[in-house]
Write a protein that binds this ligand. Structure first.
Ligand code: SAM
Length: 194
């Protein structure tokens, strides 16, 4: 038995998407630990409705879809046409998966009637912008997951302030429970309590 947390059974399509991602030099994918956590959390929501902000090339979708049951569905949004077309190659014909190639900011504002069991907020909108509007899309008991909260080599110089502000804002709220995990790229796991 090993506690090596990189020793993880990869989801279907993962290797193929990774190869396609390398071909277009996509380097922003979440790591294996985050993927495994995401997959585990998705499994806790049978018939769940999931939202991913920031599809990238569809690697994190592989983890999400891997543990969705037949009654579950996921919407995933990215505004980058190149990343989107890679994700599309792998996910466009999947009944339970809806890909949207648009700016997540307006999408969040235009879809305030929707509600989700889990939101993986992996783009600026939904995390550093429009947090309140994104939070409203989450059901009570729903999970909000963010990664890249520990300093990363690709952070712009002013980014630490954004991260610090988001953590402070989350910690001030009385409608959630959160766990900060100094693991992977730095994860905050949040559950909405009311
Ligand atoms: C960290 S990457 C996502 C990685 C992906 N979730 C994964 O783990 O493989 C962030 C993504 O957000 C997208 N993005 C940035 N700004 C956006 C916006 N305003 N609307 C939609 N997507 C955006 C980028 O194109 C990029 O693909």
């Amino acid at each position: 038995m090993s506690m090596n947390d990189n020793q993880i059974k990869l989801p279907a399509k993962y290797d193929a998407i990774l190869r396609a991602s390398r071909e277009i030099n996509f380097s922003m994918a979440s790591d294996l630990q985050t993927g495994a956590l995401l997959r585990t959390l998705v499994a806790s929501k049978p018939a769940g409705h999931f939202l991913e902000l920031g599809t990238g090339t569809g690697l994190s979708l592989a983890w999400i879809v891997n543990s969705m049951d037949n009654q579950s569905s996921v919407i995933s949004i990215d505004n980058n046409p190149v990343f989107y077309s890679t994700a599309e190659q792998f996910w466009k014909d999947q009944q339970r998966v809806t890909l949207v190639n648009t700016d997540a900011g307006p999408w969040i504002l235009e879809n305030q009637g929707l509600s989700f069991d889990l939101i993986f907020a992996d783009s600026w909108p939904g995390k550093y912008q429009l947090f309140e509007e994104t939070w409203r899309l989450l059901k009570r008991g729903g999970i909000y997951l963010i990664d890249d909260m520990l300093p990363q080599p690709n952070w712009p110089s002013d980014h630490p302030e954004n991260v610090a502000r988001l953590i402070k804002d989350l910690e001030r709220r009385d409608d959630l429970q959160l766990t900060k995990m100094n693991w992977s790229t730095g994860i905050i796991l949040v559950t909405k309590t009311r």
